[in-house]
Design a binder for this molecule. Structure first.
Ligand code: MG
Length: 203
């Protein structure tokens, strides 16, 4: 499987990183080796001094598809979840300065937290999904999919022009504002529609 991550999909997050608003979705990949095994802590890698959390709504692809129209995109996923796109922000900033790819900053081991998936019907309107994350019991990120620049179905249509989507692939749909650093012993708890989706300890 592959992990497709959307960047810059919430206007307020674009502003906080002083990025330009893109004309089309930005995406990058994480390999399956980036998935943080269930119940494992996240170990801050030695090559970075600034790991940021980015809480994101996830979509799990349920069948193979290419050139999917946004009208039919809903047939390609049954489950939605919540996760973290861990980012070595200092490394990413250097990559950006030099115009280099982001893999060193985004695709490292443990950088993809994938919480519990739930059947999409149980979540109601997917274009009005609230989600949040607490760090050590303090609310640090709060979002709603109604603020996405591109909705889930549009993202699937866009990405599938370039990549064949396969069963089991996961799309990270972008982070809202409020990204920030993690430190040893932090505890991150994510909630989707008020229900706990993951709990991660930082080591
Ligand atoms: Mg992200």
């Amino acid at each position: 499987m592959k992990i497709i991550c959307i960047g810059r999909n919430y206007a307020k997050h674009i502003a906080e990183l002083e990025n330009e608003k893109p004309e089309e979705p930005v995406f990058f990949l994480k390999p399956d080796s980036a998935i943080l095994p269930k119940k494992m802590p996240f170990f801050i890698p030695t090559f970075t001094n600034e790991v940021h959390y980015e809480v994101e709504v996830l979509v799990k692809i349920n069948k193979v598809g290419k050139h999917i129209s946004s009208k039919f995109a809903h047939k390609y996923y049954d489950e939605v979840g919540l996760g973290i796109d861990f980012t070595a922000r200092d490394v990413q900033n250097k990559c950006k300065e030099k115009g280099l790819p982001w893999e060193k900053a985004k695709a490292f081991d443990g950088s993809a937290v994938i919480g519990e998936f739930v059947v999409k019907e149980s979540l109601g309107d997917l274009q009005n999904l609230s989600f949040s994350m607490k760090k050590n019991d303090v609310l640090v990120q709060e979002g709603n999919t109604n603020s996405m620049l591109w909705q889930i179905d549009e993202l699937i249509a866009f990405v599938s022009q370039y990549l064949t989507l396969k069963k089991g692939d996961v799309i990270f749909t972008g982070t809202p504002a409020g990204v920030g650093p993690v430190a040893e012993n932090d505890i991150l708890i994510g909630e989707l529609n008020g229900k706990k989706s993951f709990e991660i300890k930082i080591k």
